[in-house]
Ligand binder design. Structure first.
Ligand SMILES: O=C(O)CCC(=O)C(=O)O
Length: 273
């Protein structure tokens, strides 16, 4: 059993308060969820535009999903930033018929951080800024797994991405920031009280990937669970191993809009996809 120096629970709110994100960015708590804060009516046009977008593709790597937007995982930097340029308009087009609530959340977080002397901006590489978010639609396998257990710090060690500033975030919490747009699956987010070291990853053969962690390893650690439903905004320290499961079986999709966010130095927070 691991003993942790942080508050290992998920705080739940019904109104957005951007100061919560600062506590997770600073590693003071592990997660917060804001239930039902995005209007379900505005979500349906976003989902239609996502599904009908010609740039929405089935992910070609080991993680099954339909995806719209540039995703850096496992890619050479040139490929990632070509995607960033190519998908820039696709993401803003998805919001054409509705309020761009993600931009609004980023603006709220930015003004909260500014009061503390901290700036917020997209991660950059050779003058190009990362896109604000991706949209991802997943489904359940026959065992109820939607996203297998993984952590998102390993990917900050990808040798093919040397020179990308996200690699300077290794000593800070790395947040997964997510808004659930659709949940046919009655999904549950599970977070383990386990932050693998580089040595742990090497022993499991998960260097630079962090995916997937075997259940045999995880069963020694405490786990917290949170139901996620359409309209919820939630963020958590994605250095901890986490997974998404379905409590209702195999039918339908679970669609989220998300990015990563972290301090890159003591006065700058960046976000990327
Ligand atoms: O979709 C979720 O709730 C979790 C997302 C996730 O696992 C990730 O972004 O690493």
């Amino acid at each position: 059993m691991n003993s942790c120096s942080y508050n290992f629970s998920i705080d739940k709110f019904y109104k957005f308060n951007s100061s919560e994100i600062l506590q997770v960015l600073k590693g003071e708590k592990i997660a917060a969820i804001f239930k039902n804060i995005v209007d379900i009516n505005s979500i349906s046009s976003i989902l239609d535009r996502f599904k009908n977008n010609p740039n929405t593709v089935k992910r070609g790597d080991i993680v099954p999903a339909y995806m719209l937007g540039a995703f850096h995982y496992g890619k050479e930097l040139d490929s990632y930033f070509n995607e960033v340029v190519n998908y820039k308009d696709s993401i803003s087009n998805v919001f054409l018929d509705s309020e761009h609530f993600f931009e609004k959340i980023i603006a709220d977080v930015s003004s909260c951080l500014k009061k503390q002397g901290i700036s917020l901006r997209p991660a950059r590489y050779r003058g190009i800024s990362s896109n604000p978010c991706v949209i991802r639609s997943c489904w359940s396998d026959s065992q109820g797994n939607i996203i297998l257990a993984h952590e998102d710090a390993a990917q900050l060690y990808e040798p093919a991405q040397q020179g990308f500033e996200i690699q300077k975030c290794r000593n800070y919490p790395v947040l997964g920031v997510n808004i659930c747009l659709q949940d046919d699956t009655e999904s549950v987010l599970r977070i383990w009280d386990y932050r693998p070291s580089e040595k742990d990853r090497a022993e499991l053969g998960l260097e630079n990937k962090g995916y997937p962690y075997p259940f045999d390893v995880l069963k020694a650690y405490d786990c917290i669970e949170q139901e996620i439903r359409a309209g919820d905004l939630y963020f958590f320290d994605a250095r901890n191993v986490h997974a998404v499961t379905s409590s209702q079986g195999q039918s339908g999709y679970r669609t989220t809009l998300s990015c990563f966010m972290s301090f890159v130095d003591d006065t700058t927070v960046i976000y990327w996809t």
